[in-house]
Design a protein around this ligand. Structure first.
Ligand SMILES: NC(=O)c1ccc[n+]([C@@H]2O[C@H](COP(=O)([O-])OP(=O)(O)OC[C@H]3O[C@@H](n4cnc5c(N)ncnc54)[C@H](OP(=O)(O)O)[C@@H]3O)[C@@H](O)[C@H]2O)c1
Length: 329
């Protein structure tokens, strides 16, 4: 193994910088992963901006990225049952690098027939969408509304809800041309949230007036408010993303009279007590469907890590359908 590796760094300017850095060493409870491919996430952009010293950022250098797929290269002390050569994937900081050190509890097995270039686009979405359904107390036979369902993670949400036995999946998009894709992924009803559409009424109409049992909201803003009266009695509304802005004016009558529970989720790495049990349940309840090919990411573009500027532009554009993948040859 070489002493240095390629990595994309934040903290030097407005863009990622590809440089050679030392290969990390796994400590107790950690594994070293040889990374073949990483996928970008929306969260990569604020991280880049917050560290940019040319625009008032911290200037703190760090390796960017949150998800990867490859195989175990070395195992630290007390790092579970992992063995060198095991195919893996996962969501962990400092993933835009040829080698990654990760807490072994956050690593997921990669189904052996799933190529790293595909697998790397799954872990964040699987954790987030399955975690959100878990927060909602989702049970087979319940109905789910997924707002912003054409987002990279929302499209996985549809497939996870289907795998777990949702009776009805209602998906929203602003784009007519994404309707068929969402149907193919498993949505039973697709609502086009063009300006004049009434999301609440459309969901109530699709559920016989009852509303859905669980909402996975990636949009927030007015959309979040419209979800509350579209949720069934004793239902759960989980905010995951805030694409339309972080503020929302809600009708507390809808909340109280429907006996709703609202959750906010952000599955971080510093909250192992919350995330590790979700990953364990995910292995049992969802990964078999990934191995069968019933759950697959939608990938917009695959680029070499040397094309990182193009990847950042794609992320900034918001025009991609699905994930952008960076390969580490
Ligand atoms: N809570 C967590 O742990 C967690 C984890 C990962 C991501 N997230 C958040 O989840 C959200 C989705 O992330 P992603 O990377 O999967 O997104 P993405 O793939 O970049 O989603 C892009 C799509 O979002 C839709 N969209 C964009 N702006 C919108 C707006 N103002 N209103 C409604 N729809 C809008 C558009 O679809 P249409 O054209 O079809 O409308 C667009 O094509 C982000 O807010 C992200 O920060 C949260």
């Amino acid at each position: 193994m070489t002493d240095t590796m390629k990595a994309l760094l934040i903290g030097r300017g407005p863009e990622w910088v590809l440089d050679d850095v030392p290969v990390p060493t796994p400590g107790p409870g950690e594994v070293l992963i040889r990374n073949h491919a990483s996928a970008t996430n929306n969260a990569d952009l604020p991280m880049l901006a917050e560290a940019d010293p040319t625009r008032g950022g911290t200037g703190k250098e760090a390796i960017a990225g949150f998800e990867y797929a490859g195989e175990i290269a070395a195992v630290g002390q007390d790092a579970g049952d992992w063995q060198a050569g095991d195919p893996v994937m996962g969501t962990f900081p400092a993933s835009f690098a040829a080698y990654i050190v990760a807490d072994h509890r956050f690593v997921l097995p990669r189904p052996k027939d799933l190529a790293p270039q595909v697998a790397c686009a799954l872990p964040t979405a699987l954790l987030t969408e399955f975690g959100a359904l878990t927060a909602a107390g989702f049970q087979p036979g319940q109905s789910v509304l997924i707002t912003g369902a054409s987002t990279g993670i929302g499209m996985i949400g549809i497939q996870v809800a289907k795998t777990l036995g949702a009776s009805k999946i209602i998906a929203t998009t602003r784009s007519t041309d994404k309707k068929n894709l969402l149907t193919e992924l498993g949505a039973d009803t697709v609502i086009l949230t063009a300006k004049d559409d009434d999301l609440t009424q459309a969901v109530l109409a699709a559920t016989g007036g009852d509303g859905v049992n669980a909402v996975l909201d990636h949009v927030a803003g007015d959309t979040f408010a419209a979800c509350l009266p579209a949720t069934a009695l004793d239902g759960h509304v989980v905010n995951i993303g805030r694409l339309a802005g972080p503020t929302s004016t809600i009708d507390l009558d809808a909340l109280s009279y429907r006996h709703l529970t609202v959750h906010g989720v952000s599955f971080g790495f510093s909250r192992g007590w919350e995330t590790v049990p979700i990953l364990q349940a995910l292995r049992a309840e969802v990964l078999p469907a990934v191995a069968r090919g019933d759950i697959a990411p939608v990938i917009d573009t695959t680029l070499s890590v040397t094309q990182h500027r193009e990847a950042a532009e794609k992320l900034r554009s918001g025009n991609t359908i699905g994930k952008t993948v960076l390969t580490f040859a």
